[in-house]
Write a protein that binds this ligand. Structure first.
Ligand SMILES: [Zn+2]
Length: 322
C-alpha cells in the first residue's frame, strides 16, 4: 500500500499545484503531501490566496526547515467495490453463477454500424435474460457484476466472482468486426497462448477496457499472472473448457456459433485463479443478422435458455463426479 508522496517545493507553491496530485487515486486510500518550510509559510502556501511564487533559486538556497505532512483521504481502495446481491434460493449449497455484462459506463464496447446499438447495452440485456432463466430453474444462485450502466475494471469483475466464491463466471460480450459478413458466437477460455491471431487481437481489444486516458486502472494485478502456473489454475481452466464445449453444444441449436467456436486467449477478465471462467462472445453486432438477433427479446431468450441448459448440465455432472 504505497502512499503517493508528493514533494512540494515549500513556500511559494501556488494552490493550483496542490490540486492535481490530490485528485490522484492511490491503492492505499490516501495521498500524503509532504512539504518542507516554516509552519507559517506552508500554511500560506496551502491556503493559496496569498501565496506568491518565489524564485526557484531561493528555494534551493534555503536550508530545509521542519517537515510537515498533510493527509488527504481519497476514498477506499479497490476491494471496497460493493458486492452485488446474490439472487435465488437462500441455500448456500447451491452453485453460484456470476454473470458479467461486458463494458459499461464510459466504455460502450463495440457499436453496431447498422443500428448504433452499443455492446454495453446488449450485454446488460443478455445478462438480465440469462439471470431470469437461471433463477427460473431454481437450481443455482445468481449474481450480476453490474445490473446497470456502470464501469468496472476487469479485475473488479472477476474480483466480485472470487469474493462471492462463485462456482462459474460468465462474461458476456458482443464483438464487432471490420468484415460485416463475420457472424456467430464463440466461447473463449483463458490461455497465455492465443489459439489464433484473431483471438489474440480480440483479447488485446477487450483488455483495453481498463485503460482510461492512458492510465491502466487495473495495472497492479501482477500477482494474478504469476498464479497462472499454479495447479489450481490448471484445474480451473479445464473446468472452464468443459463448460465452454457444453455451452456451444446446448446453445448451438438456437444460437448460431462459428466453426471453431471454442478459442483461447489471455483475457484479463478470465484470470481468476480459482473460478472457472468463460468469455461468451455472443455474436457480431457488426453483422446485421447477429445485431438484430442479439437486440431482440426473442433472441435474448433463446441465448439465455442455451446458457441455462449448459449451466444445469455442467453442475449436474460435477455433482455426479464428486
Ligand atoms: Zn466486449
Amino acid at each position: 500500500m504505497g502512499h503517493l508522496l508528493v514533494l512540494l517545493g515549500m513556500i511559494g507553491i501556488p494552490s493550483a499545484a496542490l490540486a492535481g496530485p490530490v485528485a490522484a487515486r492511490d491503492s492505499g486510500g490516501e495521498v500524503r503531501l509532504l512539504a518542507t518550510g516554516s509552519a507559517d509559510a506552508f500554511e500560506r502556501a496551502t491556503r493559496g490566496a496569498r501565496a506568491e511564487r518565489q524564485p526557484s533559486a531561493g528555494f534551493r538556497a534555503k536550508r530545509p526547515g521542519k517537515r510537515y505532512s498533510v493527509t488527504v483521504p481519497i476514498g477506499k481502495p479497490r476491494p471496497s467495490v460493493t458486492l452485488p446481491r446474490i439472487e435465488g434460493p437462500a441455500d448456500g449449497r447451491l452453485p453460484l453463477v456470476v454473470i458479467d455484462a461486458g463494458h459499461g459506463g464510459h466504455d460502450p464496447g463495440a457499436i453496431s454500424p447498422h443500428s448504433g446499438a452499443r455492446e454495453k447495452d446488449i450485454t446488460l440485456a443478455l445478462a438480465r435474460a440469462i439471470r431470469a432463466d437461471l433463477l427460473a430453474s431454481g437450481r443455482v444462485r445468481v449474481a450480476l457484476t453490474r445490473a446497470d450502466d456502470r464501469f468496472l475494471v476487469l479485475e473488479e469483475r472477476f474480483g466480485i466472482a472470487r469474493r462471492l466464491k462463485a462456482d462459474l463466471f460468465i462474461s458476456v460480450h458482443a464483438d464487432a468486426a471490420e468484415n460485416r459478413e463475420a457472424s456467430g458466437a464463440s466461447v473463449y477460455t483463458l490461455s497465455e497462448v492465443a489459439s489464433d491471431r484473431e483471438a489474440a487481437r480480440l483479447a488485446a481489444r477487450e483488455n483495453k477496457a481498463n485503460i482510461i486516458n492512458g492510465v491502466d486502472l487495473g495495472a497492479h494485478s501482477g500477482d494474478v499472472s504469476s498464479i497462472l502456473l499454479d495447479l489450481t489454475q490448471r484445474e480451473t481452466m479445464n473446468t472452464a473448457s468443459d463448460f465452454a464445449r457444453l455451452l456451444q453444444r446446448e446453445a448451438g441449436e438456437a444460437v448460431k456459433f462459428r466453426t471453431h467456436a471454442h478459442r483461447f486467449a489471455s483475457f484479463v477478465v478470465l484470470k481468476a485463479p480459482d473460478t472457472p471462467s468463460v468469455l461468451f462472445e455472443t455474436g457480431f453486432i457488426s453483422n446485421k443478422g447477429d445485431a438484430e438477433f442479439l437486440a431482440s427479446p426473442a433472441g435474448q431468450k433463446k441465448l439465455a435458455r442455451g446458457v441455462r441448459d449448459a449451466v444445469q448440465i455442467h453442475f449436474a455432472r460435477r455433482i455426479a463426479t464428486r
